[in-house]
Design a protein around this ligand. Structure first.
Ligand SMILES: [Mg+2]
Length: 234
């Protein structure tokens, strides 16, 4: 896989935050950007569209990028908005209706409880008096999930999520708004693979770090990401 990345005249940047612009640290509240990143983003975003991408809630990134009111994608593609500005979820009215119907149908049973999340909900049954009966009731309930919702099963928990809400659909929509630009996507997460796969073959897709990837190129770490982006300012 080539590491000598091409440059393009009209870039549309999609930049993942953690692990791409900021080194991975144990405490997510201490994930400050690489020291060159704030100025770099400021200068890059003057002539070019720059979107920040994250699995986090967009509000979580405001403190790390003060003064940078950049457009952004949050919650692995479920949110779109602006840092320090408005944030909207990407749920459709159909998503909401189906989630509401499933929420109403959650088995009413001792030990089964619902955790509401930003754009969806999870059904927990950890600690139920009759764990087998609770697991069976939740499994039966989950079988009725419509195809447009994805069922994510964990240990004693089942979460539903609209299947189309991922980074791939988010970047496709944004790229369609910038038809004269070449998308450049840099990311280190498994969920970035949805974006690598969704973007056209002409896009410059870059996996940061090791592991299997659908990206066309690879960079080893945050400093090499910074060095690549700085070439756009030369
Ligand atoms: Mg990341």
């Amino acid at each position: 896989m080539p590491t000598d990345l091409p440059l393009t005249d009209a870039p549309l940047f999609f930049l993942d935050y953690d692990g791409t612009l900021a080194p991975i640290v144990d405490d997510p509240k201490a994930a400050f950007p690489h020291p060159a990143v704030p100025d770099l983003l400021r200068h890059l975003s003057e002539p070019h569209p720059v979107y920040i991408v994250t699995g986090r809630h967009l509000r979580d990134l405001d403190a790390f990028l003060p003064g940078l009111d950049l457009p952004a994608i949050g919650l692995h593609g479920a949110q779109e908005g602006t840092l320090h500005g408005e944030v909207q979820d990407r749920l459709t009215s159909d998503d909401r209706e189906k989630l509401d119907a499933m929420r109403t149908a959650v088995p009413s049973m001792e030990g089964v409880w619902v955790e509401d999340k930003e754009h969806t909900f999870a059904v927990h049954y950890r600690g139920a008096a009759d764990p087998e009966a609770a697991a069976e009731a939740v499994a039966t309930w989950a079988e009725a999930t419509p195809d447009t919702l994805e069922v994510i099963s964990g240990k004693d928990v089942v979460e539903l999520r609209p299947a189309h809400l991922h980074k791939g659909t988010a970047v496709q929509e944004i790229a369609a708004r910038h038809p004269d630009h070449t998308p450049i996507y840099l990311g280190d997460d498994v969920t970035d693979e949805d974006a690598f796969e969704a973007l056209p073959d002409t896009a410059i897709t870059v996996k940061v770090g090791g592991g299997e990837t659908a990206a066309r190129f690879r960079l080893p770490d945050v400093p090499t990401v910074v060095a690549y982006l700085q070439r756009y300012l030369d």
